[in-house]
Write a protein of this length. Structure first.
Length: 194
């Protein structure tokens, strides 16, 4: 008769116990058993240092879709267009224009009643009206400005009362400005005159 030192059972007792256990029916736990067991468990909270280490060492997954990229791409392009430095022909002319520039006359015939001021804004003055205000000629019934411009292609519009833009109705060429309006185009050669 051998006695197991761990269980204090004899060999025969252990074999009989094994037979009894093998013949026991399987019983499924009730529906609330898992919930009762898991509610008693508390989640393991790693320390702050462990969380920082995991954050710093885990790879980041980045998923890009066209719908997520489109707003950022549009913002990026708008920033480039807004802050891109102009070409040499779009920089404003100094007061004493160089001899290469040609004098140009802008004329806007009676734009309608109630217009108090008109200016020319365009690529040649960085779309700013200062120094390009037109004067009204009673005899011609038109707003007129004479200004020297460098040779090249220039986009421009008339600015009425500092807030409304209007393309030149007498311009030979125009193009879409990208915002639903039209810009007039003026071609200035080296020997052009008014």
């Amino acid at each position: 008769m051998t006695i197991d030192s761990k269980t204090n059972l004899t060999r025969e007792q252990a074999e009989r116990l094994a037979l009894l256990l093998r013949d026991l029916p399987e019983i499924e736990p009730d529906a609330g058993f898992t919930a009762r067991v898991t509610t008693g468990l508390k989640p393991l909270q790693p320390s702050l240092w462990t969380r920082l280490r995991l954050w710093a060492t885990q790879p980041l997954r980045l998923t890009l879709t066209p719908a997520r990229i489109a707003p950022a791409a549009a913002l990026f392009l708008a920033a480039i267009l807004l802050f891109w430095p102009g070409s040499p022909e779009t920089t404003p002319l100094p007061e004493n224009a160089d001899p290469i520039s040609a004098p140009v006359r802008f004329v806007l015939h009676d734009p309608g009643s109630g217009v108090a001021s008109v200016a020319v804004i365009g690529s040649f003055n960085n779309w700013k009206s200062e120094g390009y205000e037109m004067r009204y000629d009673e005899q011609a019934k038109a707003w007129i400005l004479e200004a020297p411009l460098p040779p090249g292609s220039h986009e421009y519009v008339f600015l009425l009362d500092g807030r409304t833009t209007r393309p030149d109705p007498e311009a030979a060429f125009s193009k879409d400005d990208g915002f639903g309006q039209r810009n007039s185009i003026l071609m200035v050669g080296r020997n052009d005159a008014i």
